[in-house]
Ligand binder design. Structure first.
Ligand code: SAM
Length: 472
C-alpha cells in the first residue's frame, strides 16, 4: 500500500506505514547501537528517512538528545551560516467558507469582523510594510471563491510588486492560499510568486476530516495532493507544515517527512521550507480544546530533528512563538522568521478598532521589526532581507545545488550583508544601525573568495552612497 512515488495521498502518506513506523520507533527507542548508527548517518548530511528520524524522536536518552541538538546546530551553521531571513505575513482577506475547527475564520463565526483589502488598501498596507523595512511577504487569505477568487489574488500580487515607495520594494511574494487547481498554480507561477505554502494541518486522515467538517478543505486527498499539482503547474518552491496540537506529534512528524520524501522521489526536489506552527488562542478558539499540544522541549526536539533529517530545507518560525521560544530554537536550524507581524486584515497601517477585530490568532512575539533585527544581531545572527536566489532563477533543485556546493559564503552571505546594509541605511534606529555597521565590517572579512569580497565591499560602499538592490 505504501508507495513513496504514488500520486495518491493515501499511498504516499500511508496510515499503515506511519503506524508501523511508530511501533518500530517505540521498539527501538532505547536501542543505543541503532540510535548511534542513525546519528552517524545524519552526520553525512544527506538526511534521514521518516523511520530513522522517528526513532530519534521517540528516544528519551538525554545524552543522545544533546548529541542531536549539537549536530543540528552544526548542520545549520554549515548550510545556512548565521543568516536569518526576515519576512512578514500580509492578510488579504478573512472571508472563508471552510469549517476548520481551530481557525477563527471558519464560516460559522458570525462575530469576527470580515474584511477584504481593496487594491488601494493593499497599497497602504504594503507602504507601511516597506516603511518597516520588509522586502519579503507571505500573503494569506481564507478560501472563498466568490470573495477571494484567484483573479483577486493575482491582481493583489501585481499590486504588491508594483509599489515603489522611497527606497522600498517587495521583492518576493510567497503565497499561502488554499489548495487549488494545476491551472491556478500555473497562474501563480506566472505572477512570479516565490514559495507556495500550504500547511497540511494534520496528516491523520480521520482527524483531518473531523477537524475540517465542511467546505472544500474537507477533502483530504485534494489537500494532501496539492503540492504535486503546484509542481505540475511549474512551482518548484513549495512550503510544507503541520499545525502542531491537532494530532499526536509523532504521527505528524512521520507524515511530514514522508511528504518531503514523496516530493523528492516524484519531482526530484524536496520542500523549499517547512513551517512548524502550533495552535494559538484566537477569536473563538481555545487552544486547550485540542488535546495534543506539545511542550517547548518537544517543540525544540522536533525543530532539531527536521534540521538533521532534511538538511537543505529552510525552516520557518512565526510570531506565534514567543521571543524566548524563538531564541531557544534559532540555533537548532531555523532559517526564516517573521517580524513585526500582524495577523489582522489591514492591521499594518493602523490598529483595528476594538469592536472590529479580524486577527487569525494571537501573536506572542509582538516586537517591532527593528527590535527583532537588533535582537538577532546581539545573538550573533545576520538578519537578512535577501531575495536573490529566486530573482536569479535559483529555485527548486538549482537552489538546493547552491546549498550543496558549499558556495553559501560566497553568495548568500554577501547578499545578506548587502540587504542588511540597505535596512540599516533606510529604516533602522540609531542603536540598531551602530550594531549592524560593526557586524557588517566583521562579516565581510569572512568571505573566502577575494574577488567576491572586494566586490561586496564596493557594493556596501555604494549602498551607503544611496544606491540599492545589488546581488550575487
Ligand atoms: N486558508 C488557507 C488554507 O486553507 O491553507 C490559508 C492558510 S491560513 C491563512 C494560515 C494557517 O494558519 C493555516 O494553514 C493554519 O495552519 C494556521 N492557523 C489557523 N488557525 C490557527 C490558530 N488558531 N493558531 C495557529 N495557527 C492557526
Amino acid at each position: 500500500m505504501y508507495d513513496v512515488k504514488s500520486l495518491k495521498a493515501e499511498e504516499f502518506i500511508s496510515h499503515e506505514e506511519i503506524e508501523e513506523t511508530l511501533a518500530y520507533a517505540d521498539a527501538n527507542k532505547e536501542n543505543i547501537a541503532l540510535i548511534d548508527n542513525i546519528i552517524e548517518k545524519a552526520k553525512l548530511r544527506k538526511g534521514l528517512s521518516h523511520r530513522e528520524a522517528s526513532v530519534l524522536l521517540a528516544c528519551e536518552m538525554e545524552d543522545k538528545i544533546q548529541e542531536i541538538y549539537e549536530l543540528a546546530e552544526q548542520i545549520k551553521k554549515d548550510f545556512y551560516g548565521n543568516r536569518i531571513v526576515l519576512f512578514a505575513p500580509l492578510y488579504l482577506s478573512n472571508y472563508c467558507i471552510n469549517g476548520c475547527v481551530y481557525c477563527p475564520y471558519h464560516g460559522k463565526n458570525k462575530h469576527i469582523a470580515r474584511k477584504k483589502l481593496t487594491q488601494e488598501d493593499i497599497v497602504r498596507e504594503v507602504t507601511a510594510l516597506q516603511d518597516m523595512g520588509h522586502k519579503r511577504l507571505a500573503i494569506e487569505a481564507g478560501e472563498d471563491p466568490l470573495n477571494n477568487p484567484i483573479e483577486y489574488i493575482l491582481e493583489s500580487i501585481r499590486t504588491i510588486y508594483s509599489i515603489k515607495h522611497k527606497n522600498g520594494a517587495i521583492r518576493r511574494v510567497n503565497v499561502n492560499i488554499a489548495a487549488t487547481t494545476v491551472e491556478n498554480y500555473r497562474k501563480l507561477k506566472e505572477a512570479e510568486i516565490g514559495t507556495y505554502i500550504l500547511f497540511q494541518e494534520t496528516y491523520h486522515k480521520e482527524s483531518y476530516e473531523k477537524l475540517h467538517p465542511t467546505g472544500p478543505k474537507h477533502d483530504y486527498a485534494y489537500h494532501t495532493e496539492a503540492m504535486d499539482r503546484a509542481m505540475e503547474g511549474g512551482i518548484d518552491d513549495v512550503g510544507l507544515g503541520v499545525l502542531f496540537g491537532l494530532e499526536l506529534y509523532r504521527y505528524e512528524f512521520a507524515g511530514l517527512l514522508m511528504h518531503a520524501e514523496h516530493l523528492e522521489a516524484v519531482h526530484g526536489v524536496g520542500p523549499h521550507t517547512i513551517s512548524v506552527p502550533r495552535v494559538k488562542h484566537a477569536d473563538d478558539i481555545d487552544p486547550s480544546a485540542f488535546d495534543n499540544g506539545i511542550s517547548d522541549e518537544t517543540f525544540a526536539k522536533i525543530c532539531a530533528l527536521i534540521r538533521i533529517s532534511v538538511p537543505y530545507t529552510g525552516m520557518i518560525i512565526s510570531t506565534r512563538e514567543s521571543q524566548a521560544v524563538r531564541e531557544k530554537v534559532l540555533p537548532l536550524g531555523v532559517s526564516q522568521i517573521s517580524g513585526g507581524s500582524k495577523t489582522s486584515v489591514g492591521g499594518y497601517c493602523e490598529p483595528e478598532p476594538e469592536g472590529e477585530r479580524s486577527e487569525q490568532f494571537d501573536v506572542s512575539d509582538t516586537r517591532t521589526l527593528d527590535e527583532v533585527v537588533n535582537w538577532l544581531m546581539k545573538l550573533g545572527y545576520i538578519p537578512s532581507f535577501c531575495t536573490a536566489c529566486y530573482r536569479e532563477g535559483r529555485t527548486g533543485d538549482r537552489f538546493m545545488s547552491l546549498c550543496k556546493s558549499g558556495q553559501i559564503l560566497n553568495c548568500c552571505h554577501p547578499n545578506a550583508l548587502m540587504t542588511l546594509k540597505e535596512y540599516l541605511e533606510d529604516y533602522a534606529s540609531a542603536e540598531t544601525r551602530d550594531i549592524g555597521r560593526k557586524l557588517i565590517d566583521e562579516e565581510l572579512e569572512k568571505i573566502p573568495n577575494e574577488k567576491v569580497k572586494k566586490t561586496a565591499y564596493e557594493y556596501i560602499h555604494d549602498i551607503a552612497e544611496g544606491r540599492r538592490d545589488f546581488r550575487f
